[in-house]
Design a protein around this ligand. Structure first.
Ligand code: RP5
Length: 172
């Protein structure tokens, strides 16, 4: 199956912070491509990857970067595909710098920005977009939501049985 999602990371130092994204793609069986590509250190490569994405069958681009994070905006400037930005922590400003840099795009050039270090939610959002043209993926997404709901209901039943103090004492 050809990849539907392109994931760009501003640096190899970002890789540990997007493990949640990788897990979600694996659990939903979504093929993806991942590259290191910096808007500041190699803007030409970023432009090439973004410009070529649609022609290769990519449906969504996820761009994750920290600090003065211009990667998602640079990708959006170079493709008409939906772009999801993931601001990453790790800086002296704990990712607030990356959040502001990623989310505040000018009119007409949107970046759908998820929370700081929320690569997992970027993957879910990309999956929802890809599911618009993939019924099987839509079913897997629905099953994952049902599993979350069931887990919470199980936890609630336990809370009703044990009470708050007993629940905490028993652990997860
Ligand atoms: C950003 O600068 C990267 O996305 C990374 O979060 C941060 C630091 O990069 P390195 O200096 O570790 O390569 O562009």
């Amino acid at each position: 199956m050809s990849p539907k999602v392109l994931v760009l990371l501003g640096s190899d130092s970002d890789l540990p912070r997007v493990q949640g994204l990788v897990s979600v793609f694996e659990s939903l069986e979504i093929p993806f491509e991942m590259s290191f590509a910096s808007a500041h250190r190699d803007p030409q490569r970023v432009a090439e990857l973004a410009q070529g994405a649609a022609g290769r069958g990519i449906q969504v681009v996820i761009a994750a970067a920290g600090m003065a994070a211009h990667l998602a905006g640079a990708v959006a400037a170079n493709t008409g595909l939906p772009v999801i930005g993931v601001p990453l922590s790790g800086s002296a400003l704990s990712g607030v710098d990356a959040l502001y840099s990623t989310v505040q795009m000018p009119k007409g050039m949107p970046v759908a920005t998820v929370g700081i270090d929320r690569g997992d939610n970027a993957a879910y959002l990309a999956a929802q977009i890809a599911a618009l043209s993939d019924e099987g993926l839509g079913r897997r997404l629905q099953a994952s939501r049902e599993a979350q709901r069931e887990q919470l209901r199980l936890k609630d039943r336990r809370l009703q049985e044990l009470g708050p103090a007993g629940y905490l004492e028993a652990g997860q």
